[in-house]
Ligand binder design. Structure first.
Ligand code: CO
Length: 167
């Protein structure tokens, strides 16, 4: 019995064209869904029992209108002994903001009420707790040096990092 000839090659070509078309459609769908140069406008940072943040530097994209920081306490020591918050100010203001925060006390989350030097801050968190803060990136200037730190008593000198505005 004679087996009819199957045109294998044209079939493969059709399949290849179909795959190409599907891939293109997928790319277009993705491109339509995401804005160009989609930036990450939120980060998570954690503080541990060794008085350390898990990040030393944060970059904030200008393309973000708002930037959100989620702080997590990754340790086990009680909040009263090893509490952490996340405070952002100009680097030049860190010491004064921390000193005033210390005077304001735990009830004020170690941040002086209405402190204009504070760009953003979370509350103090203990083990297993989180807190988030969002701020307008319009508050940041290109050439300025910013520092984030924990204003819990005794922490600011080592529990800190840099934050800068980037493209
Ligand atoms: Co701390």
């Amino acid at each position: 019995m004679r087996i009819p000839y199957l045109p294998a090659r044209p079939f493969q070509q059709t399949l290849a064209r179909l795959c190409k078309a599907l891939a293109m459609a997928g790319t277009l769908a993705l491109a339509a869904h995401l804005p160009a140069n989609a930036a990450t406008c939120d980060i998570e940072i954690s503080g541990n029992d060794a008085m350390q943040f898990d990040k030393a530097a944060i970059e904030v994209s200008k393309s973000c209108k708002q930037f959100t920081v989620k702080l997590r306490h990754a340790g086990k020591l009680p909040k009263t002994a090893m509490g952490h918050n996340w405070v952002l100010s100009k680097t030049a203001d860190v010491q004064a903001v921390a000193n005033d925060g210390l005077a304001a006390g735990v009830a004020a989350q170690y941040v002086k009420a209405g402190d204009a030097r504070v760009i953003a801050h979370t509350k103090v968190v203990g083990p297993g707790e989180t807190d988030s803060v969002s701020f307008a990136t319009a508050k940041l200037k290109d050439a300025e040096s910013y520092t984030f730190f924990c204003s819990f008593p005794g922490h600011a000198s080592i529990m800190k990092g840099t934050l800068k505005l980037v493209k």
